[in-house]
Design a protein around this ligand. Structure first.
Ligand code: SF4
Ligand code: SF4
Length: 334
């Protein structure tokens, strides 16, 4: 099942409302991080290096819901850390669904099968399972053997119960067109997940492994080669056609990090999920006190190699909705 019609319609009407209200900056998806602790320690991770007393903290349900209500975004992607470690993650999810928010629950899937009973299938809910490659490649990426098999088993168990499943795959320099195709063919054709998200890895300053992050030209070459031969059209990718054009280098965009903001234990993170130049208490304050024009490629050296969806997917979505041709492309998924 691709993006449900209900979700497309509600997000479309949200975008129209923002345009009618002449709002220039508004949130599309919030990256909600209700904890930083994780049960893995991937070398490319930029989230688990906080001191012990921070890793022990869990965001109260009311704080998480209050932040999402204040900003008004129609979609929420819950990440971390590993959200399934949070003792009230099911309550956060159900409270968001009760407010008709579309929720993606990101997980490395180690605890997923054990915790399936805490959740119910819903048009407002999807799992977003982290799978970076086939067995050997994924287990190497997360630095633990057996995680790929556990994730695949959890996905199959969730599918049997009628859950919507999406996946999230991050690519590094040791990937090639062939490893990209192998994992996406597997997820699309064998595991038959509903949709797949892809991303070039961002070079977090705190990540222990600094050698394997892709530069812009490498990213473009990788996706041009991987998408060739009509695969891009065949895969059920959860991205706008313009964002995929951007990954291939067919178009270029400026970052609009305010469209996919990040809210964590520290507050609203400036400017995005990937970088932290301070925090604000409200999304309104984040919008009003951030110098957005100083971020993005060509403006801040830390952004130079970033092609992440949290900076550029919202730019692509806004460009799509302001063009009839691109809107039709997005509808037919070309
Ligand atoms: S699973 Fe995610 S949060 Fe956990 S260590 Fe790996 S990258 Fe970090
Ligand atoms: S380009 Fe945008 S999304 Fe990427 S790191 Fe810079 S501010 Fe964040």
């Amino acid at each position: 099942m691709p993006v449900p019609v209900r979700q497309t319609a509600r997000v479309g009407s949200y975008l129209i409302r923002q345009r009618l209200a002449r709002r220039e900056k508004f949130p599309l998806v919030v990256e909600l991080e209700p904890l930083f602790a994780c049960n893995l320690a991937c070398a490319g991770c930029g989230k688990i290096q906080h001191p012990e007393h921070v890793l022990r903290r869990r965001m109260p349900v009311e704080q998480a819901i209050g932040a999402i209500e204040e900003c008004g975004a129609p979609m929420v992607s819950i990440a971390g850390g590993e959200p399934l470690i949070h003792p009230e993650i099911d309550v956060i999810v159900s409270e968001l669904i009760a407010r008709k928010k579309f929720v993606y629950l990101c997980t490395n899937a180690i605890l997923m099968e054990r915790k399936l009973d805490k959740f119910r299938p819903s048009p407002y809910f999807a799992w977003a399972v982290h799978i970076d490659g086939l067995r050997e490649r994924h287990d190497q990426s997360v630095e633990r053997e057996g995680v790929f098999d556990k994730a695949v088993a959890a996905v199959r168990a969730a599918q049997e119960r009628g859950f919507r499943i999406t996946t999230n795959t991050t690519f590094f320099t040791h990937d090639s067109a062939s490893t990209v195709r192998q994992v996406l063919d597997f997820l699309n054709d064998e595991l038959k997940v509903d949709q797949m998200m892809i991303s070039p890895a961002y070079a977090y300053e705190k990540a222990p492994d600094q050698e394997h992050f892709l530069g812009v030209e490498q990213t473009r070459r990788l996706f041009q080669a991987a998408f060739a031969g009509g695969r891009r059209r065949r895969w059920r990718l959860n991205h706008s056609p313009l964002f995929l054009d951007f990954l291939e280098g067919k178009v270029d965009f400026q970052c609009t990090a305010w469209g996919i903001p990040s809210y964590s234990l520290f507050g609203w993170q400036r400017p995005c999920y990937l970088m932290s130049d301070g925090y604000t208490e409200t999304y309104k304050e984040l919008l009003e006190t951030t110098d957005w024009d100083s971020y993005g490629r060509g403006r801040d050296p830390r952004c130079e190699n970033c092609m992440a969806h949290c900076g550029y997917e919202s730019t692509a979505v806004l460009a799509t909705t302001s063009s009839l041709k691109q809107s039709l492309r997005a509808l037919v998924g070309s």
